[in-house]
Design a protein around this ligand. Structure first.
Ligand code: IVH
Length: 668
């Protein structure tokens, strides 16, 4: 075949294969037998072998899994991938409903969806072609798993309209594929996956896309992002749009007029859950109108317009064999129950934290007891209670030690605390845990440095403090157990990359008492550099809204310490970045802004900013943005085509600004 006819045929094959694929995997209505599909795919692959320049990234041939990767690249999400707040019972749902009604009034509806138990992913389309797919990661930065996602047949590689946008959803492994996969694994003598979620996540985290291709993964999409103006007003319209574009959405969704209908939906699916061909772990409830979603806004982590109802956790009985002690980063000694291994909610559990001595007393836990176990939030194993009627009299009382199990210094109980602490700053357990924290995802995010490697490095005295991480040499790492050339190179690269992290990551990683990830970000934003932060007074710190007395004291005390000063110096010398690199608040300061303390409503179309950006900027200047105009509203900003809200503002004699005035104040 000549080049020109080949090109034409390749084009036809794309169209046909995409169509058959869509019918089979999205609509579940195949129009041709599998053998015909396979034959056409083979034809395409042959043509592409003959004319390699015809093999494009969106070719259906890419679904079989191509080149093996060295590592996953990081991907910055264009807009944050939020998670959801949880509800565990009817009351939590009614409370959510009350909060929604308080904010937007009674005139709204909900959409209920199944909460698919898989892995959140974001798919990016440019001019109608699937170009990049990523994991959620920490919500801002995920990993590029495009090649693996292309193997999911229900993800269209090309859609009919040349649109650019992101679409988000949950990739999962159907129950049947999971069972078949585990059967094969067991036959081969390999460790089976604990549950379909782990199997899906494990498959998508393989560097060889052929593995994902063999795993029969599937996806349901549930949100459009960054699509610009579409004329879509509600979440349910958005889902219908996704359907029309050729995406697979979950058919069990339902619009509910009020919370009573929501509760019925929840109850019905709690019962019907086992009948589904895939795992769900709850129900997601979303406010339907996009305007009302905007009015409700989000907290740092999750939207106020949605909530996840989590199904109650499975409970099982096992025997508590003994209680182990461990010393954490802050010196707290934690008792952990060591259990007879037992399956619960899909995984085998053999440990459960008992938190502190008070809890052991409260639940009257003894060694040898029959205990009821569940997984809180379906993840963290916990002892629910003891079955006292199963006692034989052989059970043994447990008491906490008086000395640190790791360094043997005397333990103390600080006033007002239930925990016992080791207060020896040189306690090796605390140092080791501090190192583990430093490299963790929300801190310096150094991939390849898990607990095991850190413990080894520490044991071999290759690292004593966090600055030593930056002095590690290739030869030293090669001597560690299970570290090949490739892992060592990747690790060194990850360490190098962490040097350019923005300041808040370092601040959080240092593990200053009371300073969590959010406070670290605030500090970095406010003070810009480590040098500045090291010299601020407690007053300057507590002047900031989110920083209280306790944290202020802890920060000042931390930076007064000579060893800390030395450590910072060493990190600086190693080339670790000490300045904030994230977005800055707008120029005018909160105190002198017109918006400070005012309640503001945005309505109509604003040209130069998205509604969300305008809201964020106003909030950063101390204003509160709400959804509806009332006597409490101080200011209405009316863009083009403003309607009823503007009318109401005029009736109530509320100040009204146009877009130009808004921009002038924002840029002041
Ligand atoms: S909506 C901003 N809908 O549950 C709202 N999430 O924490 C984003 N999930 O990470 C989530 N099914 O991976 C939504 N129908 C559904 C879902 C769903 C599963 C997952 C998602 C998210 C987590 C919630």
């Amino acid at each position: 075949m000549d080049r020109q006819s080949a090109e034409k045929r390749v084009h036809e094959l794309h169209e046909l294969l995409n169509q058959y694929n869509y019918e089979y995997h999205v609509l579940d209505k195949p129009s041709v037998p599998d053998s015909e599909y396979d034959q056409l795919l083979r034809e395409l692959i042959e043509l592409e072998d003959q004319f390699p320049e015809l093999r494009t990234a969106d070719s259906p041939s890419q679904r079989v899994g191509g080149t093996i990767l060295d590592a996953f690249e990081k991907v910055e999400h264009r807009s944050q991938m939020l998670s959801l707040g949880n509800a565990f019972n009817e009351q939590d749902l009614r409370d959510f409903d009350r909060r929604v009604r308080q904010a937007v009034g009674d005139d709204f509806s909900y959409v209920c969806e199944l909460k698919i138990d898989g892995l959140a992913v974001s798919l990016r389309y440019e001019n109608g072609a699937f170009v990049q797919g990523a994991t959620r990661g920490d919500g801002s930065i995920g990993e590029d798993i495009t090649a693996n996602l292309k193997t999911i047949r229900s993800i269209p590689l090309k859609i009919k309209e040349p649109l650019s946008f992101e679409v988000r959803g949950e990739a999962f492994m159907p129950k049947r594929s999971f069972e078949a996969l585990n059967k094969v694994k067991e036959e081969k003598g390999e460790e089976p996956f604990a549950n379909p979620r782990n199997a899906a996540a494990g498959s998508l985290r393989q560097l060889d896309p052929k593995i994902a291709a063999s795993r029969n993964l599937d996806i349901f999409l549930y949100a459009l992002a960054d699509i610009g103006d579409t004329g879509i007003d509600s979440h349910s319209e958005g889902l219908n749009r996704l359907d029309h574009l050729g995406f697979k959405t979950n058919p069990e969704r339902k619009r509910c007029a009020d919370i009573e209908e929501v509760l019925q939906y929840v109850e019905s699916w709690t019962e019907r859950r086992p009948d589904l061909s895939y795992d769900i772990d709850g129900i997601v409830i979303k406010v339907d109108s996009l305007d009302q979603q905007k009015a409700l806004g989000t907290t740092a982590k999750s939207p106020r317009w949605a909530i996840a109802f989590k199904f109650p956790a499975e409970e099982v009985v096992t025997i508590l064999k003994h209680i182990e002690l461990s010393v954490g980063r802050t010196g707290v000694v934690t008792p952990t129950a060591i259990l007879d291994p037992v399956r619960v909610a899909g995984t085998t559990v053999q440990r459960a934290s008992l938190h502190n001595e008070d809890l052991i007393r409260e639940k009257d836990i003894k060694i040898g007891d029959h205990v009821v176990i569940k997984k809180a939030g379906d993840i963290i194993p916990e002892v629910v209670n003891v079955l006292e009627d199963q006692r034989t009299g052989e059970e043994k009382e447990f008491s906490m030690p008086t000395h640190c199990p790791e360094c043997e210094s005397e333990l103390v109980r600080l006033e007002g605390e239930v925990a016992l602490r080791c207060i020896n700053p040189k306690c090796p357990a605390q140092i080791r845990e501090g190192l583990i924290h430093f490299v963790s995802r929300n801190a310096m995010n150094i991939d390849g440095l898990g607990e095991k490697v850190i413990s080894q490095l520490f044991r071999e005295q290759l690292i004593v403090d966090v600055a030593d991480l930056y002095k590690l040499e290739r030869d030293q790492l090669l001597q560690l157990e299970r570290m090949g050339e490739k892992s060592v190179d990747n690790l060194l690269q990850a360490i190098e990359a962490s040097k350019s992290n923005s300041l808040e990551k370092l601040l959080f990683g240092l593990g200053i008492r009371h300073v969590g990830a959010k406070a670290a970000k605030t500090l970095a934003q406010e003070f810009d550099s480590m040098d500045k932060l090291m010299s601020v007074s407690k007053e300057e710190l507590t002047n900031i809204n989110e920083i209280g007395e306790k944290m202020g004291d802890a920060i000042v005390a931390y930076f007064e310490n000579d060893e800390v000063k030395e450590l910072v110096e060493e990190l600086k010398e190693a080339g670790v970045n000490m300045v904030y690199k994230g977005p800055k608040p707008v120029s005018a300061s909160e105190a002198d802004s017109y918006f400070a303390g005012k309640t503001i409503v945005l309505t109509g179309k604003i040209e130069q900013l998205s509604r969300n950006e305008a809201k964020e900027k106003i909030e950063m200047l101390g204003g509160k943005v709400t959804g509806s105009v009332s006597k409490k509203t101080d200011l209405v900003i009316a863009g083009e085509d403003a309607g009823s809200k503007l009318k109401k503002a005029n009736e109530l004699d509320i100040e009204v600004w146009d877009e130009d005035k808004l921009m002038e104040e924002l840029n002041r």
